[in-house]
Design a protein around this ligand. Structure first.
Ligand code: AMP
Ligand code: MG
Length: 410
């Protein structure tokens, strides 16, 4: 048996970020920026008003207070979006809306609430009386006060978040150079599998793994381009592999990797130079990986075991980091300390990853396995309750109630 960390290192060997593709902003959500980008526009792009109010020269309103109001003629209205050159005549005010360019000569905006003019839609008044003014420069947003043209605003390696998308748009971009989203193909294997919702005849079960894997892959930023099923014959599986490899960067299979007489993934994989190993963990001990070659393509493949909880755990430990590396980001599963709210049996000589429910109590973060059988790998119906995984060292064969346990929040 090899340790989890060693197997992960093996599976990550040779995995590098996918090529850069120019991607429309919204489609890039969740991907990773591949190149540094300079601002093509300043933010703000021109000096403008931060308030609905009146643009003035500060010297024309200096000293204004409720006991000494100031009255000025109003020369024009300036709405957000107005173009052209506008200059404020000395001794005048211009009514101005938030986001409208400040007219030449003006240096200060007095908000409408500090005047005799009613806020909201009203005709242009002939004069305005100010009761209060801020400091010189009040309520003015200066051109470039956030960033200037040429400033490096978006950096390679940053994840594309909603805020990054809006920043990119604001500095002049409508697409971003990002690492391509990993394209994933999913294959379920096993003669017993039928499509979900179908009536079962003897020995059959619904194929839940292909959905679990596809949904996890999407959750972690991949695009699922193929989902197929194969029985337990090598010919059928080879055919599905060929189809899967056509458009995918990564093929993920489930089932058929352990010691059964019909473990086709292993049998076929061994013929194609795949490696199958026992990893020192429960669930998810039997694992495999390799490359499927077809039509001049060589596509990485990861062979997960068949039991659904094993799939969930091994996806988290091995597939997520591979997807992250392909997407151009590095990923570490963070563990925190939790307290076992109940005792449970762990695996002897294997590290257990037990699906658990965590809740905050006055003792701290308390965790309980989603099922009394803890790390048993077929407990798929209770898996959705899990908020994370408890990581129990190989040396521990029983987790005592009240003991401190490493917890991975998912
Ligand atoms: P295997 O590794 O192929 O022997 O499968 C281990 C266990 O997982 C068996 O009980 C299978 O029936 C079950 N299993 C395998 N593939 C799936 C799947 N796609 N969906 C649900 N259960 C599966
Ligand atoms: Mg099977």
């Amino acid at each position: 048996m090899i340790p989890v960390e060693d197997y992960l290192a093996k599976i990550l060997e040779g995995v590098s970020p996918l090529p850069t593709v120019q991607t429309p902003l919204l489609d890039a959500l969740g991907t990773v920026v591949a190149k540094d980008l300079e601002a093509q526009l300043a933010v703000p792009p021109f000096t403008n008003s931060a308030m609905d109010g009146f643009a003035v020269r500060f010297k024309d309103v200096r000293g204004t207070n409720p006991d000494h109001p100031t009255q000025l003629p109003v020369q024009e209205d300036l709405a957000a979006g107005v173009g052209g050159e506008h200059a404020l005549k000395p001794g005048n005010a211009a009514r101005i809306m938030t986001g409208a360019p400040l007219p030449a000569g003006a240096d200060t905006v007095v908000k409408v609430e500090d005047t005799n003019i009613a806020p909201g839609p009203t005709d242009l008044p002939g004069t305005v009386t100010f009761y209060q003014v801020g400091n010189e420069g009040a309520n003015v947003r200066a051109k470039g006060e956030d960033v200037n043209v040429g400033d490096m605003v978006i950096h390679a390696g940053e994840e594309v978040t909603p805020a990054l998308i809006s920043a990119a748009a604001s500095v002049g971009y409508n697409e971003l150079p990002v690492h391509a989203r990993p394209r994933v193909a999913v294959i379920s294997t096993g003669e017993e599998l039928v499509a979900p919702g179908r009536e079962l005849s003897g020995g059959q079960i619904p194929d839940s793994n292909s959905l679990l894997i596809a949904a996890l892959a999407q959750t972690w930023g991949a695009e699922v381009v193929f989902r197929g099923r194969s029985g337990d014959s090598p010919e059928a599986l080879a055919q599905v592999y060929d189809q899967a490899a056509e458009q995918a960067d990564l093929i993920i299979t489930s089932g058929g990797v352990s010691a059964g007489a019909f473990d086709v993934v292993k049998a076929l994989g061994v013929e194609h130079g795949f490696e199958f190993t026992k990893v020192c963990m429960q669930p998810g001990k039997p694992q495999g990986h390799g490359h499927w070659e077809t039509g001049g393509r060589r596509v990485k493949a990861i062979n997960l075991p068949g039991n659904p909880v094993s799939v969930f755990v091994s996806f988290t430990l091995f597939v997520r980091p591979v997807l992250a590396a392909m997407a151009g980001r590095s990923e570490q599963l963070a563990t925190t300390h939790a307290i076992a709210a109940t005792g449970w049996k762990s695996a002897r000589n294997r590290r257990q990853y037990a699906p658990v429910v965590a809740r905050q109590t006055d003792r701290g973060l308390e965790i309980t396995p989603t099922h009394v059988l803890a790390g048993k790998s077929h407990m798929v119906a209770t898996l959705p309750r899990a908020t994370g995984l408890a990581l129990i060292p190989a040396e521990t064969s029983f987790v005592d109630e009240g003991s401190s346990v490493a917890y991975i929040q998912l």
